[in-house]
Design a protein around this ligand. Structure first.
Ligand code: ATP
Length: 356
């Protein structure tokens, strides 16, 4: 709950973390609003788990402050902080039944036995596992065990829910299913949630805002659409989704030259004539003669100037679209990958070796 009545619910200010001489987090400042679902996203070793553990007090920062609901928690042990946590490995007690696992955190909170039983039953029904209450963790699937871990983490109505790669041990289908469930539950409870993941799709699908991290620093914070459509660095552009990187020349603040074509692009701060790298999503490339409107992309204006003639190289069928390798001398060694719909490929009779 918010105590101070103004400002963010969770504030991390100028936080540094060293492990010996190794700098794991460098001057992290971040504000998280009450009720938000935030994903820390980045490659292995970028420091996302270290930051989550600092919020939990599981490892103390070397410098910097953390406040939660207006309370300075920077130096408090985990037991005096207000959070529930779910780990990748479920971390359930194997010798306790499901209901005892969920009841565990409620036992020293002054609640009566009947209050605890009622809360456990409410939580099991919330995660859809009421029928399993007498079973032991080993008798449940990975996805079910993770739902129990979630029920246990929210049992005491913590102000903050911390999720450390909660889905990465599960197989792909269960992962997609459970991510919807977690998001729905988070919305229903309105609990401020921080989740660590290295899975871009998971972060895009679940987060209100994504914190992209790289080598101990925050590269960018933004909504999934901001991060995807308007990456502020080559690292973010490359890390989130598929991205071509093509040498180009800045023309004006929202155009770049690629060979004979002048392409519209998101606004940038480069001066006219500056050599830059243009980051182009494969699904932003549209075949000649295919209207952007028909692809539902009214933001792409197809004009002669916005076009370039290319040769089609390898074509890879990826189920719902074709990924085509396009070459042109201005692309240099980096060919341009484009995702074309099955209809477009059929209509334009595109084949390896076609000119378009
Ligand atoms: P992953 O996705 O692989 O878990 P991560 O982004 O969560 O990666 P962290 O676990 O936060 O990364 O680790 C950040 C860096 O700090 C890594 O280089 C790691 O080796 C180092 N590190 C983490 N914990 C310790 C520790 N206890 N002692 C020394 N170095 C550590």
């Amino acid at each position: 709950m918010q105590i101070n009545g103004n400002g963010a619910y969770l504030k991390i200010e100028n936080l540094w973390k060293y492990f010996g001489n190794f700098l794991a987090l460098e001057d992290i400042t971040l504000e998280i609003e009450e009720g938000e679902l935030i994903c820390f996203l980045g490659p292995s070793g970028c420091g996302k788990t270290t930051l989550l553990r600092a919020i939990a007090g599981l490892n103390l920062q070397s410098q910097g402050t953390i406040t939660q609901g207006g309370r300075d928690i920077s130096k408090l042990p985990p037991s005096e902080r207000d959070f529930g946590i779910v780990f990748q490995s479920y971390a359930l007690f194997p010798n306790l039944t499901i209901e005892k696992n969920v009841a565990y955190g409620l036992e020293n909170t002054g609640r009566s036995k009947s209050e605890i039983a009622a809360r456990v039953s409410e939580l099991l029904s919330l995660v859809g596992l009421s029928e399993q209450s007498k079973k032991y963790p080993a008798q449940l699937s990975g996805g079910q065990q993770q739902r129990i871990a979630l029920a246990r983490a929210i049992a005491t109505n913590p102000g903050l829910l911390l999720l450390d790669e909660p889905l990465s041990a599960l197989d792909a289908k269960v992962r997609v299913h459970l991510r919807h469930e977690i998001k729905e539950l988070q919305r229903k409870l309105g609990v401020t949630t921080v989740m660590v993941t290295h899975d871009q799709e998971e972060a895009l699908a679940m987060a209100d805002r994504i914190v992209v991290m790289n080598q101990g620093v925050i590269e960018q914070v933004g909504s999934p659409t901001e991060i995807y459509r308007d990456p502020q660095s080559l690292f973010v552009a490359d890390f989130i989704g598929e991205m071509n990187q093509i040498p180009a020349t800045a023309v004006s603040k929202d155009q770049v030259r690629l060979g004979s074509g002048v392409m519209d692009c998101t606004p940038h701060g480069f001066g006219d004539g500056e050599q830059i790298i243009a980051a182009i999503r494969p699904n932003d490339v549209i075949p000649h003669g295919d209207s952007a409107h028909s692809l539902g992309r009214d933001d792409i204006v197809e004009t002669e100037a916005n076009a370039i003639d290319v040769k089609v190289g390898e074509m890879e069928f990826l189920g719902s679209f074709w990924r085509c390798r396009l070459s042109h001398e201005v692309f240099g060694a980096n060919d341009l990958f484009a995702d074309f719909s099955i209809n477009a490929v059929r209509r334009l009779d595109l084949q390896e070796g076609s000119n378009m």
